[in-house]
Design a protein around this ligand. Structure first.
Ligand code: 13P
Ligand code: SF4
Length: 340
């Protein structure tokens, strides 16, 4: 790991202690916090110097979330934050579709994605051409796309949505049919909650498709009274076993506002890590899955992208795509959702 010799031993020790206080409930040891102290100090210094802000999704590693992020949230909260930040530079510790959404909402700002490998299996499952073909096949049927899509795909859709407002956005159309893409499992979950006919695509999240009903049943047997919180990218057979199902912010909210002692967060491991830090008095049990895309970002890349971004780390969206995609995102932002 690169050393930043201009920090004194005392400053490094203090920073390591600050990190360890936050991260000790997760898998981080004091030695790992010591290794990261110079990086977090340097990132936080350059961030101020360059008037940059770091937005982090809850699936990022705890050293990013508690070490350097200015704002942590779900896809909806992060896009709202990207739209209102006064910073000149947004470093998006998340995946590419999130950074593109930030660029669409703040076109004058520089938006940086630390890892160019931070894609998403859902986003990569569909192209703008696929959407055009679907629109021909189902003329006059409104198209709702999950935020986990490329800017080109969003530009072909009537509205965008996130896991926090998917049902509300679908219900906001008068038509009795709605195309919902690309997540096939989320489409099935919405179908179970609406009278509208949902026409779906065949995309899957590589993380959430892995959870099986038997994982939940085993956890329920092992930990009596455990509350099961499920992300709606999981299959309906898993969602039906949940005490709560929704997006990451809804899951956090449930754990924070219910008096129960133990919870299983049926989603990416970053969310249980976040809960272990923020709700140390509660137990987070059972299994979780790692998102190979979200975990491509790390502190070294965040420092590098802040100092000297490579061309491929600077997010650009062509104007004609941006204007069309923004309409779909604006419609989502304007739709009232239950957590508002
Ligand atoms: P949320 O919007 O619920 O945070 O989900 C984002 C995501 O990528 C889920 O896999
Ligand atoms: Fe995409 Fe799934 Fe990873 Fe979220 S968790 S970024 S939906 S692959």
């Amino acid at each position: 790991m690169e050393k930043h010799s201009f920090y004194s031993e005392k400053e490094l020790e203090k920073e390591a202690q600050r990190l360890y206080e936050k991260l000790k409930k997760t898998h981080f040891s004091l030695d790992e916090c010591k290794e990261r102290a110079a990086l977090t100090l340097e990132i936080n210094r350059i961030k101020k110097e360059k008037n940059a802000v770091i937005l982090a999704h809850s699936y990022q590693t705890p050293d990013i979330i508690y070490g350097v992020a200015d704002f942590v949230g779900d896809s909806l909260e992060l896009s709202r934050q990207a739209a209102k930040t006064k910073a000149e530079i947004i470093v998006f510790a998340g995946v590419k579709f999130m950074a593109e959404t930030a660029k669409i909402l703040s076109p004058k700002k520089t938006v940086l994605l630390p890892s160019v490998q931070a894609g998403c299996s859902l986003s990569e499952s569909i192209t703008a051409e696929d959407v055009k073909k679907m629109k021909k096949q189902f003329p006059n049927v409104p198209v709702v796309c999950y935020i986990n899509t490329s800017a080109e795909v969003k530009a072909e859709c009537d509205a965008c949505c996130t896991s926090a407002n998917a049902l509300q956005v679908v219900e906001s159309f008068d038509s009795d049919k709605v195309i919902f893409l690309p997540d096939e499992l989320m489409a099935q979950n919405i179908q179970n909650q609406t009278k509208k006919k949902i026409i779906s695509w065949k995309g899957l999240c590589v993380v959430h498709k892995e959870f099986k009903a038997k994982d939940i049943e085993e956890t329920k047997k092992r930990f009596s009274g455990v509350k099961i919180l499920v992300h709606t990218e999981c299959s309906p057979s898993v969602v039906t076993l949940a005490d709560f199902s929704g997006g990451t912010s809804g899951m956090i909210n449930y754990a924070k506002t219910h008096l129960d002692e133990s919870f299983m967060m049926v989603t990416e491991c970053g969310l249980s890590d976040r809960m272990k830090v923020e709700l140390p008095e509660k137990n987070f049990v059972g299994t979780c899955e790692l998102c190979p895309f979200m975990k491509k970002n790390n502190l070294e890349l965040i420092l590098q992208v802040l100092k000297e971004p490579r061309e491929e780390q600077i997010i650009e969206v062509p104007k004609e795509i941006r204007i069309k995609a923004k309409k779909a995102i604006d419609r989502m932002i304007k739709t009232k959702n239950l957590s508002d």
